[in-house]
Design a binder for this molecule. Structure first.
Ligand SMILES: [Zn+2]
Length: 306
C-alpha cells in the first residue's frame, strides 16, 4: 500500500514537473513559408527594371540583392561567371548543409533552381511597337527567384535532413534571340560542375500568377515520373489547386540540360502560358502571394520528407 502511495506521489510530482516545464519552456515558433515575403522579393528584383543582358544596373542590383538575402543566413555561396553566345553571365549557387551530409551512406541532396534574368525582347507583345522592349519578368523570372529566397529563410531557421542547393541561373530567357538557345546559364552550370549529382531537383518558373495552373510538364513527367508523383501527391494532400493533375506540354526550361545529363530535375511552370507571357505586361500586378504560398508549401513538404 505504502509502495503504491509512493508511486502515486512520484507520478503526481512528475506530472507537476512536466506541466510546469511546458508552461515555462520558450515556445519555438516553426518558421513557415510566407507568400507575402516572397511577393516582396519579386518587388525588390524589379526596382531597376528588366534583368536583360543590356541592363547592367538592374543585373548588378539583383545579383547583390540575392547575395544580401543569403549571406546572413549562413549559406555557402559561389558566384560562377561565364561567357557564352557573345554574352557574359553569372550563376549563383548557394548551399545549406543538411544533417544527412555527415552520414556517408545516407547523404541526400536536393537542388532548387530558378532563372534570375529576364527576356530582352517582348516579342509576344500585342503592340508591334513594343516588341523590341525588354520584359519586366515579374512572373517569368522574378517569381521563381522569390520562392527560392523565401525558402532560404525557412531552411536556415530549421535545417532539414537533406542538403539543399539553391541555384540562380542566368540567361535562361534569350532563346531565339540572335539564334541563341534557351537555358544558357543552366547548360553552363552543368559544364562547369561536372561532378554535381544531387538526388533530385526542382526548377520553379512562372509560379506567381493569380490564376495559378501548373500541369505536369511533359519532359519532367516522361523522364522523372517518380519525382513528379512525389510532388503531385503532396499537392493533392495540401489541396494546392494550382497544381493540375494532368500532363501538359513539352517546355524547354532549365531542367532540360539536367535531364540530358542524367540528373532528375523537373520543372514547375504555368501552362498554358498567361497571355502577358513575353510581353511588356509581365508586371507584379499579375502575381499573388497566395499562388506563391501554394508552391512554397509544396516545396517545403517535399524537402522535409525527402
Ligand atoms: Zn520566358
Amino acid at each position: 500500500m505504502a509502495r503504491i502511495t509512493a508511486l502515486i506521489i512520484t507520478a503526481c510530482l512528475w506530472a507537476t514537473v512536466q506541466a510546469s516545464q511546458t508552461q515555462t519552456e520558450p515556445k519555438i515558433e516553426k518558421q513557415q513559408f510566407d507568400g507575402q515575403r516572397a511577393m516582396a522579393h519579386i518587388a525588390q528584383q524589379l526596382v531597376h527594371g528588366s534583368r536583360e543582358p543590356a541592363n547592367i544596373q538592374a543585373r548588378q542590383h539583383t545579383l547583390n540583392y540575392i547575395q544580401q538575402v543569403l549571406q546572413p543566413l549562413s549559406y555557402s555561396i559561389r558566384r560562377q561567371t561565364f561567357q557564352a553566345y557573345g554574352l557574359q553571365g553569372t550563376n549563383i549557387w548557394a548551399s545549406i548543409k543538411g544533417e544527412s551530409s555527415d552520414n556517408k551512406k545516407d547523404r541526400r541532396q536536393i537542388m532548387l533552381g530558378a532563372h534570375w534574368d529576364s527576356r530582352s525582347q517582348a516579342d509576344r507583345d500585342a503592340d508591334p511597337k513594343l516588341r523590341n522592349h525588354p520584359v519586366m519578368g515579374a512572373n517569368d523570372g522574378a517569381s521563381g527567384v522569390a520562392v527560392l529566397l523565401e525558402m532560404a529563410r525557412v531552411l536556415a531557421a530549421q535545417p532539414p535532413a537533406v542538403t539543399v542547393d539553391l541555384v540562380f541561373f542566368d540567361l535562361e530567357d534569350m532563346g531565339d534571340i540572335g539564334k541563341r538557345p534557351y537555358s544558357i546559364g543552366a547548360s553552363q552550370f552543368i559544364i562547369r560542375n561536372p561532378d554535381y549529382r544531387p538526388n533530385a531537383g526542382v526548377i520553379v518558373d512562372m509560379v506567381c500568377d493569380k490564376n495559378l495552373r501548373i500541369p505536369r510538364e511533359r519532359h519532367s513527367q516522361s523522364r522523372a515520373p517518380e519525382l513528379m508523383d512525389r510532388l503531385w501527391t503532396i499537392a493533392r494532400q495540401q489541396r494546392a489547386r494550382g497544381f493540375i493533375d494532368r500532363t501538359g506540354s513539352f517546355i524547354n526550361d532549365d531542367h532540360v540540360p539536367f535531364l540530358d545529363a542524367g540528373i532528375n530535375v523537373v520543372d514547375l511552370i504555368q501552362y498554358p502560358f498567361p497571355d502577358y507571357w513575353h510581353s511588356t505586361a509581365d508586371s507584379i500586378d499579375k502575381c499573388s502571394a497566395e499562388s506563391l504560398q501554394q508552391v512554397g508549401n509544396v516545396l517545403s513538404e517535399f524537402i522535409a520528407t525527402y
